[in-house]
Design a protein around this ligand. Sequence first.
Ligand code: DOR
Ligand code: ZN
Length: 348
Amino acid sequence: MKPTKSLALTKPDDWHVHLRSGEMLPKVLSDTATSFNRAIVMPNLSPPIRTTSDAVLYRREIEAALEKNSDFTPLMTCYLTDETDPDDLISGFTADVFSAAKLYPAGATTNSDSGVTNVLLLDSVFSAMSDAGMPLLIHGEVVDHKIDIFDREHKFIELILEPLRSRHPNLKIVFEHITTKNAVDYVRSGQPDKLAATITPHHLSVNRSDLFAGGIRPHLYCLPIPKREQHRIALVEAACSGNKRFFLGTDSAPHLIEEKESSCGCAGVYNSPNALQTYIAIFEKNDALDELNSFASLNGPEFYNLKPNTEEIEFVKRSSPVSIDDLVVGSSRVKTFEPPFPLFWTAK
Ligand code: DOR
Ligand code: ZN
């Protein structure tokens, strides 16, 4: 097919990804390492990555699974629990093992059972992180099942995040995979070196009606759950604004097809193979391709005090849609995210 347009980007990083372990790892890692130079690797394995020595071993497993000559760098995170030892956490950060720590409220999402039951228990950990300049990455949903699933993110801001930020005003926080206008507005109100947010390709592309378009769509089910269209529009505006508080984080979260197509399907969307292509389509539709480099490649490194990558990646626009292939894992498959619009851009 003849290319009609091209686009060059500084090689992006993925500031939020699930690489898993075992048989799944080399497969999904290859898709991530093709598109991204670095990635913040989520620690919600079973059992989770809770200590510096867990992270050293997991990083080794990732590095061993990389293709030869790959210059991809995994950036490790610590899974916070009620028992996290601040000394181990900070020594892991100072030794460049950990890049950040992840707060999962217990019970909020996949493999979060050992997460934090009460953030007040971690105030000494947050103080130590704040002093060290170590970023706290937050899955921002309350877990009270009396609170409607569509309200759990904005309630989290009021009940947990704002009080936590008043107690620790210097803590660097990434509000991960935001899904509401409330979160967009809240992040805009913070200091850009202290409060930022990642935005996923799927939350930019689908709203809650898409989850039920013509029937239940298990492959679009993820947490936080996509919200109403007005919220999706607010996310698109934030991503396309060039505001340095917002950056790329795919939250690519693979699950085998039988775990998704089930009477109780897992939350998670696998988008690594076409995440960049989806972001490009969204920015193009919104006449914002000029802002894409900041969102995809500059804002994240700036927040994490890292240099942007020096390499470039080039995309071309095809005249007919590109195909979306699933990932084969052993005798099963992982379904790749299909946005509700065709994708025309591919890496050159
Ligand atoms: O949809 C999700 N899947 N949200 C999360 O927070 C976790 C993730 C996973 O690990 O599958
Ligand atoms: Zn995630």
